[in-house]
Design a protein. Structure first.
Length: 435
């Protein structure tokens, strides 16, 4: 009997595991198709081309700015040459010595420029950061742009954190390689050597994580950013190995372009890196959208669905109002389980109609007293009420009386104090009406 019970339990668990695996595969396949669709809808291959051109123009100013920032830290003095070598060895596979020589010469010539020319180079570098921010905001479907001060602070954070991460990883790599060379037992030496080779991957992950968290004008969950950063970091390392193999095994560009072959190779490499970066950003942006795919779509969903979303938002804010607390956008998203861009659209609508106000900290509070307002008033604010259809600026004959009757019935049905609906916590009478 025990054997039979054990066999039945094994069969049940096996069936559950198969169902779970099937569901996971379907989810992964559906999410992959959604990400590919998002990538194509944003025309990110063309965007990567534009970013490649901007990067080529800004690469020398950016390097100069980064090295200038590092010069402000005495602890990192005299490490510029090691950092430059580390960048080429780990992030530009099989870089031609000509590229190193030219970029080094260009960077040294920056110090000979006049103040006006240096300002022009700084503007070029900032233009690249602005283009990156605009692209990521487009991928994340951000509605509002940052204030100028906030943008400059985010750019400064990237320019500061990036070089410091590079130098910390360089120091760690050197220490691990030194340990591998001096360690006694072979096992310790092997472990230290492998850890040292993982540093570029960890550094790439940290860089992508910082980019996806800071650049979009939206609160990005660490989990979502980590998934996108992990994808981009792994793909970047794989791309580096594959691209290096291609350049050395199939010297097509050298045969065609000769001495100037370094230029198309560099352009191709930068373009591929941007493709990987934008793919990781798309994954990060798509994760909350995919998780909230069953939520209300503010463009195509029934009007009553939009009303329900607004009621839930106001209910959360009203509950926090007596204690003087404000509500974060992320709290709305978690509670209502909707995509961030849809939530931002609704919050912006409620702010424009005077129901909500955004604090300086980016949180939400009530902007008006709800006494005297009805549920129908909220429908009018959201423009989800029934209205007369117009054709060529004229009311449709034969429908006018029918629609007027429907409007009057809707006004009577939804003529309920809004405060009463929010305090009840129950369902609104929206189930009686369909869009």
């Amino acid at each position: 009997m025990f054997v039979n019970d054990f066999g039945d339990l094994y069969a049940v668990n096996r069936e559950k595991a198969i169902r779970l695996a099937t569901f996971a595969l379907k989810e992964a396949g559906g999410f992959s198709r959604y990400v590919i669709s998002r990538f194509g809808d944003n025309n990110l291959t063309q965007v990567a081309g534009a970013l490649t051109f901007t990067t080529l123009l800004a690469i020398v100013p950016l390097m100069a700015m980064c090295f200038a920032i590092l010069a402000a830290f005495p602890a990192f003095g005299g490490m510029e040459a090691r950092l430059e070598s580390f960048i080429f060895e780990n992030f530009v596979p099989h870089a031609n010595e000509v590229v190193r020589e030219y970029l080094g010469t260009f960077r040294q010539n920056v110090g000979k420029l006049s103040a006006v020319a240096i300002i022009g180079l700084a503007v070029t570098a900032v233009m690249l950061l602005v283009t990156i921010e605009t692209t990521l905001n487009r991928i994340f479907r951000v509605i509002r742009q940052r204030a100028i001060i906030t943008r400059l602070l985010s750019f400064w954070a990237l320019l500061t954190v990036g070089p410091i991460l590079f130098l910390l990883s360089l120091t760690l790599t050197s220490a691990l390689f030194a340990m591998a060379n001096t360690a006694g037992p072979q096992e310790i030496s092997m472990v230290a050597n492998r850890l040292a080779r993982l540093v570029p991957l960890v550094l790439a992950f940290g860089g992508y994580l910082t980019l996806f968290l800071i650049m979009p004008n939206r609160q990005v969950l660490l989990r979502d950013a980590a998934v996108g950063a992990a994808f981009s970091a792994v793909m970047f390392e794989s791309l580096k190995a594959g691209f290096g193999l291609y350049v050395t095994a199939f010297p097509t560009y050298q045969a065609i372009y000769g001495a100037i072959s370094v230029l198309p190779i560099l352009l191709l490499w930068i373009w591929l890196v941007w493709i990987v970066t934008l793919a990781g950003a798309t994954i990060t942006a798509a994760m909350p959208e995919w998780q909230g795919r069953g939520s209300v779509d503010l463009e195509r969903a029934p009007r009553v669905g939009r009303l329900a979303m607004a009621v839930e938002i106001l209910r959360l804010v009203k509950k926090a109002h007596p204690t003087g607390e404000s509500v974060r956008t992320q709290a709305f998203i978690r509670k209502i389980r909707t995509a961030p861009n849809l939530m931002e659209t609704m919050l912006e609508r409620l702010e424009k109609t005077g129901y909500l106000a955004e604090t300086r900290r980016g949180r939400w509070i009530l902007a008006r007293d709800l006494d005297g307002l009805t549920l129908y008033d909220l429908m009018l604010a959201l423009r989800v009420q029934t209205s007369q259809p117009m054709v060529a600026g004229n009311v449709v004959q034969g429908l006018e009386d029918i629609v007027d009757s429907s409007i009057e019935s809707e006004r009577h049905t939804f003529d309920i104090p809004l405060k009463e609906v929010l305090d009840s916590g129950g369902a609104t009478p929206m189930q009686t009406h369909q869009a």
